[in-house]
Design a protein around this ligand. Structure first.
Ligand SMILES: Cc1cc2nc3c(=O)[nH]c(=O)nc-3n(C[C@H](O)[C@H](O)[C@H](O)COP(=O)(O)O)c2cc1C
Length: 320
């Protein structure tokens, strides 16, 4: 590990560390209007949501690193006490990058970026038509932390109206693939969030047994990863010895069509995620039995079949 005390680093060094380690960051595309009626549009990735009652979001239009001057977004927010924040989709990313160029305050960045302004309902700042998720906001508080270059100005805002495209939803939630958001990483790197989407079952409200209560022979396995063990720890209980016995008897008796034995067939079942066939084959093949059963468990875990995974994993205890 490298170890740094902040006092020994320059501001650009600190900035680079934050951009790399606090990532991926959602991007707020913030639209404000000056007191002279000029529209301003800029992206900010020091941004997040902090509560839902009332809905509070915050972002930081920092002081410019070069000369510590205040950005137009900051000045407009102080003057008008309002803004519109929109989510940034992959289809808009080049245009929002263009909106980050430092144009002078009399330049309308909607025109420069080619994004389309549309009227808001409750604030004067315009909404960005191309974004499928827009939030009309009132400034609650502006907190400044220092007056040097890159000093944070935390703009804490309350969302007073949401505009959301209806086609974003699947099963009552905003579908991460459909919304296709981008996030900011270090340097010039962005992340297309939908491409990395996966599911982790929420432990909320569950009395999970925890990592430490996963039986030792499972924790000691060389096949399971830390994430696999975390999944076991995320369960509320484990099956009894009798349940495990019955489960194994059932698999042994079960007749699968075109079932084959041998290491080649086992590999094929593994490729096809056929973990029940993997287990049946492992039980009948004597070589590498422990390892093969654990591979079937791993495959069941990948398919979120916790009942199978637990029973097969507990059975391994008595396998040599
Ligand atoms: C993706 C992206 C994220 C950015 N995030 C921030 C940020 O969190 N804070 C900030 O002060 N500037 C950020 N910037 C730079 C501002 O967008 C840039 O300084 C812009 O010119 C500010 O415009 P304004 O003076 O019109 O407010 C970011 C730029 C990009 C492209």
């Amino acid at each position: 590990m490298l170890h740094y005390e902040t006092k020994d680093l320059t501001t650009p060094e600190v900035h680079k560390l934050l951009l790399g380690g606090v990532a991926p960051r959602p991007i707020a595309l913030v639209s404000t209007i000056s007191k002279d009626g000029i529209n301003n549009l800029s992206p900010f990735s020091f941004f997040n949501a902090f509560g839902a009652n009332p809905p509070v979001v915050a972002f930081s239009p920092s002081r410019r690193g070069r000369d510590a001057t205040l950005k137009d977004t900051y000045n407009n927010l102080i003057e008008t006490q309002e803004c519109v924040i929109q989510a940034v989709t992959h289809s808009m990313v080049e245009q929002i990058s263009l909106a980050s160029v430092e144009y002078s305050p009399d330049v309308d960045e909607f025109i420069k970026s080619g994004l389309t302004p549309i009227d808001s309902d409750l604030v004067k700042s315009k909404r960005v038509k191309e974004s499928p998720f827009q939030m009309e906001c009132k400034l609650l508080e502006m907190r400044s932390f220092g007056e040097g270059g890159a000093a944070a100005n935390l703009a804490v805002c309350e969302v007073i109206k949401f505009h959301v495209a209806e086609d974003l939803f699947s099963n009552g939630i905003i579908d991460p693939i459909k919304i296709d958001l981008v996030a900011r990483m270090s340097g010039d790197f962005y992340s297309r969030a939908g491409s990395g989407v996966f599911v982790v079952e929420k432990p909320i409200g569950k009395k999970c047994i925890g990592y430490d209560q996963v039986p030792k022979h499972i924790r000691d396995s060389e096949i399971y990863s830390a994430n696999d063990l975390g999944k076991f720890g995320n369960s509320e209980s484990m099956p009894s010895e009798d349940d495990v016995k019955l489960f194994i008897q059932k698999i042994v008796k079960e007749k699968f069509a075109d079932f084959e034995l041998g290491s080649e067939a086992f590999l094929r079942y593994q490729r096809l995620n056929e973990y029940k066939r993997m287990l049946k084959a492992a039980l009948e093949m004597k070589e590498n039995q422990k390892k093969n059963i654990e591979l079937s468990v791993k495959c069941a875990l990948n398919n979120n079949d916790m009942d199978f995974a637990w029973k097969a994993a507990l059975f391994v205890k008595d396998v040599k």
